[in-house]
Write a protein that binds this ligand. Structure first.
Ligand SMILES: Nc1ncnc2c1ncn2[C@@H]1O[C@H](COP(=O)(O)OP(=O)(O)O)[C@@H](O)[C@H]1O
Ligand SMILES: [Mg+2]
Length: 629
């Protein structure tokens, strides 16, 4: 509708040059009666006063021109009378710069240059050279007054990546505004006193007090197409891997409402991490949000990266969002992905620690938009936010600079909304909506294992479960350091494959029992045989769950290990050797029982016959191994 109105205004403007404007406006035939509601037309005429029209110029308009302007404005704002104020402004040479409230009709040479610049920027790249000349020619020949107006504001103060502007009364939350120097900003704080807080994306040093700011009427978005796969971009969508432009024609808004209930279906297919401890006990379904939480250096990033590696050949698009990380850490991740051939289906959105808080703040939303693009095209996607504690800190920084009231741990009150609106965008879409999905693995870093801090508790309550990585376990050599007691997955079991679910059996319970017994047995020395076996079995399970990073296990490998473990086949193996023997067992299976492995992988259904076959083969392996010793 805005465009329509704009078109109408342009039409109107065509005739202005011939001094017919007054006549035309007098007819009052502005097509489309609803101009009143259009953007920028909401300057309410004051009940008991004329509409104030300020004309900034060097040479004041003559009587006739003034009358024409008055008539147009009267029409446009539905005012009963108009009061024209003429101000001398050297910058408005060769024309008039007209203000009605925040609305600015720039009829000066400078304004025309701005218009010309915009039309050049809009040209497709390859056509630019050819078109520029004709465009300039046209513009000079045409030389018509363009009625186009803009709402403009002025910079009041600037500093710390935040600008406070006055004017722009109708600007919307999250809208992108453009400063005269070319820097963009996003509206983050609309205050009752008529000022607006804007976070800046770019070099604030060029912004000075009093500089012009215009609305763009758009919220932040990133250019996107399939070509984004395998690339590394910044939160504004600009490639930062030294490669060519994405060259996308479409923009995806970085903030978008989450899919509604009707557009979703329940989580139904698994997203395998390739990590035995997770896939067996805390299965993740496509569309689920599973938090990875733990202290620093407990293998959180490793779990997430392994999950990406495990998606190879599974037609899942992965997005890794690095928030406020060292550039060297991000480079390490990229190297791992490249080395394992996982970069082809992965997009990295990086906002390193050197970025401004505002860029770090929008990074996860930008990553989410990338995943959304693929989800909307019916693809399964996986997104990793590494990590949201740093994101919350970036938001806290912005909020405090915007002088918002700090609450618990100095975070502003709306910090919960920050992450809930992000994580709610993960979904398993219904078949009518294309059946795409977005699985989210947000990461949160705790301090000294304190999960009851503000941000961890918030995010735990938003997600569908958490993988808790334990410092102590990690340093005792139990890696991945999944804490079985504190981890949980609330919806994933519905999506777990039949063969996996049946093979896991009571693994979690067995481990819980083991932990309890372990504590208990520390005090007594006389243990009955049953307890000794239980302890040995539990310790063996823990050994079996050890897994080096970058070596995800396939479904059939996990199933074979679980079936053998539950049959207590590893009981006679010395604890330390279990991980090695497990690997040998799997290699032996692949060599000697390839068809059995394939049938588990493809059928994904459990049967007693299948279990018998696996156990029979495994027995053969263990006896052969014993003999060779
Ligand atoms: N399963 C594992 N086996 C062995 N080492 C691991 C494992 N997982 C992580 N690590 C190592 O632990 C270190 C910290 O891992 P990282 O994922 O960066 O932790 P975080 O993201 O929690 O800070 C890395 O050097 C990584 O190689
Ligand atoms: Mg990390």
């Amino acid at each position: 509708m805005i465009d329509e109105t704009f078109e109408n205004l342009l039409k109107l403007a065509e005739d202005e040059e011939n001094a017919k404007k007054a006549e035309l406006a007098a007819k009052g035939e502005l097509p489309g009666e609803d101009v009143e509601n259009a953007e920028g037309n909401n300057q309410e005429p004051e009940e008991d006063g004329p509409l104030k029209v300020e004309i900034r110029c060097v040479t004041p308009p003559d009587e006739e021109q003034q009358k024409a302007i008055a008539t147009i404005m009267q029409e446009k704002y539905g005012a009963s009378s108009v009061e024209i104020v003429i101000k001398n402004d050297p910058s408005a040479a060769d024309g008039f710069n007209i203000f009605v409230g925040d609305d600015n009709y720039d009829w000066t040479t400078l304004g025309r240059i701005r218009q010309l610049r915009r039309s050049i920027q809009k040209l497709p790249k390859e056509k630019k050279i050819n078109n520029i000349i004709s465009l300039i020619k046209d513009d000079l020949k045409g030389f018509k007054l363009n009625l186009g107006f803009q709402q403009v504001g002025e910079v009041l103060t600037v500093g710390d990546g935040i600008a406070v502007i006055v004017g722009l009364k109708e600007v919307e939350y999250g809208e992108i505004v453009l400063f005269e120097c070319g820097v963009k900003g996003m509206v983050q704080d609309i205050r009752t006193n008529g000022t607006t807080g804007v976070v800046l994306f770019g070099d604030a040093s060029e912004i000075v007090e009093g500089q012009r700011v215009v609305r763009t009427g758009r919220t932040a978005g990133i250019p996107i197409s399939n070509r984004i796969l395998g690339r590394m971009i910044d939160p504004l969508g600009k490639p930062i891997d030294g490669g060519p432009d994405i060259g996308a024609k479409r923009y995806y808004p970085i903030e978008r409402p989450a899919p509604g209930i009707i557009d979703r279906k329940s989580v139904c297919s698994p997203l395998e991490t390739g990590i035995l401890a997770i896939d067996s006990m805390f299965p993740i379904g496509r569309g689920q949000r599973e938090l990875i939480i733990g202290d620093r250096q407990t293998g959180k990033t490793s779990v997430a990266i392994d999950t990406i590696l495990n998606q190879k050949g599974k037609d899942v698009v992965c997005v890794y969002v690095a928030i406020s990380q060292k550039a060297s850490s991000v480079a390490k991740v990229v190297n791992i992905l490249k080395k394992n051939g996982a970069m082809d289906y992965t997009v990295i959105v990086s906002s390193p620690a050197s970025d401004s808080a505002s860029l770090q703040y929008i990074a996860p939303y930008a990553g989410c938009a990338v995943a959304e693009y693929f989800m909307d095209h019916g693809r399964d996607t996986l997104i990793i936010y590494d990590d949201l504690s740093k994101h919350a800190v970036a938001y806290r920084t912005i909020s405090l600079l915007l002088e918002r009231a700090p609450g618990r741990e100095a975070y502003p009150g709306d910090v919960f909304y920050l992450h809930s609106r992000l994580l709610e965008r993960s979904a398993q879409l219904s078949d009518e909506k294309g059946g795409g999905s977005m699985t989210a693995l947000p990461i949160v870093e705790t301090q000294a294992g304190d999960v009851s801090a503000y941000i961890p508790t918030n995010i735990i309550s938003i997600t569908d479960g958490q993988i808790f990585l334990d410092n102590e376990l990690f340093y005792s050599g139990q890696r991945p350091a999944v804490n079985v007691g504190l981890s949980v997955s609330r919806v994933g079991s519905a999506a777990q494959t039949n063969v996996m679910k049946k093979s896991v059996g009571t693994l979690r319970l067995d481990l819980a029992q083991y932990r309890e017994m372990q504590v208990f047995s520390q005090f007594g020395s006389d243990l009955d045989d049953q307890t000794v076996i239980q302890l040995k079995y539990g310790a063996g399970l823990m050994q079996l769950l050890k897994q080096p990073n970058q070596s995800p296990l396939t479904l059939h490998e996990q199933v074979i290990l679980l079936m053998c473990a539950r049959e207590k086949m590893f009981l006679d193996i010395p604890q330390k050797e279990i991980p090695k023997v497990a690997r040998e067992l799997l290699d032996w299976f692949a060599k000697e029982n390839g068809t059995l492995c394939l049938s588990i992988e493809h059928k994904k259904v459990y049967s007693d016959g299948l279990q018998k076959k696996v156990l029979k083969a495994a027995k053969q392996f263990f006896t052969e191994r014993k003999k060779s010793e």
